[in-house]
Design a protein around this ligand. Structure first.
Ligand SMILES: NC(=O)C1=CN([C@@H]2O[C@H](COP(=O)(O)OP(=O)(O)OC[C@H]3O[C@@H](n4cnc5c(N)ncnc54)[C@H](OP(=O)(O)O)[C@@H]3O)[C@@H](O)[C@H]2O)[C@@H](O)CC1
Ligand SMILES: Nc1ncnc2c1ncn2[C@@H]1O[C@H](COP(=O)(O)OP(=O)(O)O)[C@@H](O)[C@H]1O
Ligand SMILES: [K+]
Length: 484
């Protein structure tokens, strides 16, 4: 599991560690890791030029010490000092002693134009509230120059704790972060500015508290969560999913959700609704009925909402499912006008899977506001509805109403933004709920599988090819021969 901690926690842990170590040790470790990452990215052979963007804090100090290491190896290093009187004195002395040069922001463009690599040390965890004008101008100059950028600890201009980006920020190919991930590195829009992320161990681990603020599942975590049938399994023990999706107008949503549930490893899928003919034509495995969901037979979870429409009949189906004493996933049309009190009053857990527009409607805010502040939005949803909230989009986030770390989904591609893709996800999570995973695990493992299937499906994927890619994803994660 990848873990991320907020700035306040990182600062406390760093202080505790620094108290036990000689002065400058942590920065030396950080700079060594940073210099190694720079060396990996620099072309070999010919004369190489690196430009350091240096702010007035320790983030700039890291850049200067790393620059000194590179200069000692024969790299041409120029430091652009944003605040010359406050640049880290030790770092500056080290750079100069190693033969590095310094310059001012007004001369930055010329240096950047010839750079093979730019090191962004403007701000790290001390940066707040969007870059100030001089720093923002430098960020724009870097973008215009086009050289690859390595961000020190964080791309300057992004909010470390929330992943929000206000105004200009530096766009990096790689971020070298120290001690632990910061939430902003794993949550869009900031995650997009960070590029790839490399974690440098500076010995902080033992000082960090057990409860991170954000986590991201890794393949082994997902493999451990995925249900596997055993000798004593039968279709009922593996979990039966009920799907109340689709309508005469939108039969496709039913087909896609049922497909997601079948490829989510359900023992059986019961479909209840008016799209029975379409479902059975595509999936003869499904058990179909046309009455209200509670008449469909026993299930261990329900998925309700995709393509049900918003007429009286649709509202009846949603209300019927909300009465069920099993975990329920509510998506799409099922989320329209959803009453938090009704969800809170349910006897079994609920999972909500809105995209940003649906989340905005549920929270009484706007879509851009949700997209700009995804972490706050997903926490607010979980809190308000007393439900596990999965916010879809560029970074899918999952929050538990009990609090604890939010999970950021590390898989996926923007190609997943295709009609019906969310219906597949809802069926998939429904199957994992029916198998007995906790709602938080079912939602985050489902998002992980779905994202990976999106990257495995032939380009451009469509919703049904995401479903078809799921077996290869299971196979890859479980590492077992097919069918075993
Ligand atoms: N502690 C440790 O053990 C270790 C820490 N390490 C490193 O230290 C970093 C933290 O250093 P830090 O605390 O000095 O803050 P930092 O990120 O350099 O930012 C402060 C500077 O930015 C400026 N500034 C702020 N906001 C701004 C804005 N919006 N727009 C423009 N400028 C802005 C601010 O200006 P001021 O507000 O003072 O005028 C000040 O000059 C951390 O990320 C890691 O890289 C590693 O060496 C490992 C060990
Ligand atoms: N920019 C993006 N990057 C990665 N994944 C995305 C992006 N936009 C949407 N997705 C994913 O695509 C799926 C779309 O689901 P949804 O919005 O419910 O579509 P639909 O209702 O048409 O099925 C979700 O899994 C979502 O996380
Ligand atoms: K930085």
């Amino acid at each position: 599991m990848r873990t991320a901690y907020r700035v306040e926690t990182v600062r406390t842990a760093e202080r505790a560690l620094m108290d036990r170590l000689p002065a400058g040790t942590l920065m030396a470790r950080a700079a060594a890791g940073l210099a190694a990452a720079c060396a990996d990215l620099l072309p070999s052979g010919r004369s190489r030029r690196v430009v350091l963007l240096v702010g007035g804090g320790d983030n700039g100090g890291d850049a200067l010490y790393a620059g000194a290491r590179l200069a000692r190896r024969g790299v041409g290093v120029t430091a652009v000092l944003l605040a010359p009187d406050r640049a880290h004195p030790g770092g500056l002395a080290a750079l100069r002693a190693a033969g590095g040069r310094t310059t001012t922001p007004d001369a930055a463009a010329a240096a950047l134009a010839r750079a093979d690599l730019v090191v962004d040390g403007i701000t790290g965890i001390g940066g707040r509230g969007g870059l100030r004008p001089a720093a923002a101008e430098l960020a724009r100059a870097v973008a215009a120059a086009g050289a690859p950028v390595i961000a020190v600890d964080l791309p300057s201009g992004v909010d470390p704790d929330t992943g929000e980006v206000h105004g200009d920020a530096v766009r990096a190919a790689l971020t070298v972060t120290f001690g632990t991930h910061k939430p902003g590195l794993l949550v869009d829009p900031a995650a997009e500015y960070a590029g790839r992320v490399r974690l440098v161990d500076i010995g902080l681990g033992p000082e960090l508290p057990p409860g991170p603020d954000l986590t991201a599942l890794e393949p082994a975590d997902v493999a451990a969560l995925l249900p596997r049938p055993g000798a004593e399994s039968d279709k009922y023990r593996r979990g039966v999913v009920g799907i109340a999706a689709g309508s005469a107008r939108y039969p496709g949503a039913a087909v896609l959700a049922v497909g997601g549930a079948l490829r989510g490893g359900a023992g059986a899928v019961r479909y209840a609704g008016p799209a029975d003919a379409a479902v059975i034509a595509r999936y003869p495995e499904a058990l179909v009925s046309t009455g209200l969901p509670h008449r469909a037979g026993r299930v261990q979870s329900w998925v309700v909402g995709p393509g049900v429409g918003d007429d009286r009949e649709a509202r009846e189906r949603v209300a019927d499912v909300l009465d069920a004493d099993v975990p329920v996933l509510i998506d799409a049309d099922g989320l329209r006008g959803l009453d938090p009190a009704r969800v809170r009053a349910r006897s079994a857990p609920t999972v909500l899977t809105p995209h940003a527009g649906e989340a905005a409607a549920l929270l009484g805010t706007s879509r851009p506001e949700v997209e700009a502040g995804r972490l706050a939005a997903v926490r607010a949803l979980a809190d308000r509805f007393g439900a596990v909230a999965l916010l879809k989009g560029s970074t899918t986030l999952v929050a538990d109403p009990a609090g604890g770390a939010v999970r950021a989904n590390p898989t996926g591609t923007a190609w997943l933004a295709t009609a019906g893709s969310g219906d597949v996800l809802s069926g998939l999570i429904g199957a994992l709920l029916a198998a007995g995973l906790t709602p938080l695990d079912a939602a985050s493992a489902g998002a992980y599988l779905h994202g990976l299937a999106g990257t495995h499906a032939p380009v451009p994927p469509m919703a049904s090819t995401i479903t078809e890619a799921l077996p290869a994803v299971w196979h890859e994660l479980l590492g077992e021969p097919r069918g075993r």
